[in-house]
Design a protein around this ligand. Sequence first.
Ligand SMILES: N[C@@H](CCC[C@H](N)C(=O)O)C(=O)O
Length: 281
Amino acid sequence: MTRPFVKMNGAGNDFVVVNALDRPFTPTTEQVRALGDRDTGEGFDQLIAIEPSETGDAFMRVWNSDGSAVETCGNALRCVGWMLMQASGADTVTIDTLGGPAVASKPNDGLGEFRITVDMGAPRLDWRQIPLSEEMDTRGIELQIGPIDAPVLHTPGAVSMGNPHVVFFMDHTPDDAFVRGSGSLIEHHPLFPEAVNVGFAHVEARDRIRFRVWERGAGLTRACGTGACAALVATARRGLTDRKATVVMDGGEVVIDWDEATDHVFMTGPVEVERTGGLPF
Ligand SMILES: N[C@@H](CCC[C@H](N)C(=O)O)C(=O)O
């Protein structure tokens, strides 16, 4: 029996999304890896399963393309939110994840039906919540790459949006080789016991960030929703941006609003349906 899937993307970050509401979906690590391979499989940054939830409208399970199961995915929350709202006709849905609940809704920005806002909840900023392996001020942690007196990268902010992120403050937008080389080096640094997503934020204006990311377990991707939230939170904490900014990534833009009254981070951005298909398991 095959399992239908929908291939979707959020700002270019792409997903195979399967419906596991009625039939459990428990792929092995090898199956996820094989499926994620862009040459021989379906190809994706993350594999997503929509499962039943007792507390929300659905539970969203996430695997990276290297087969690792992870807490959450911001861009996939928009895609899954859009699917659930299409199916039920509701204007808002609550999606549980291992990283905490998120609420998806339709924005009134006049930019069409393929846009979704997600309330990602409050950022987690204590060093234990990232988590880091030692106590540090997460506005700028003691991490440096390169010579001591002339570091290539240093003092990134650390933020958890349900999953761990470090954000380096850049004076330019780094190229692919730099993101790959330094991202892969930092992803498994001993300071991050659960590894980390590595972001590079170039603040172009107080309301505009050019952002590139090396994702834990997926490498260089065209966008990362939780990474975009982390970039806004990290730059706002350093006084480099306001609490609302457009985050421009390789595959598209999202607007991030860190609401002062609730402390919640709201992400608004596009979703796209690419195609449908079937998996053999
Ligand atoms: N693409 C995602 C993040 C997916 C998980 C991440 N690679 C991790 O390991 O935490 C997003 O849009 O947030």
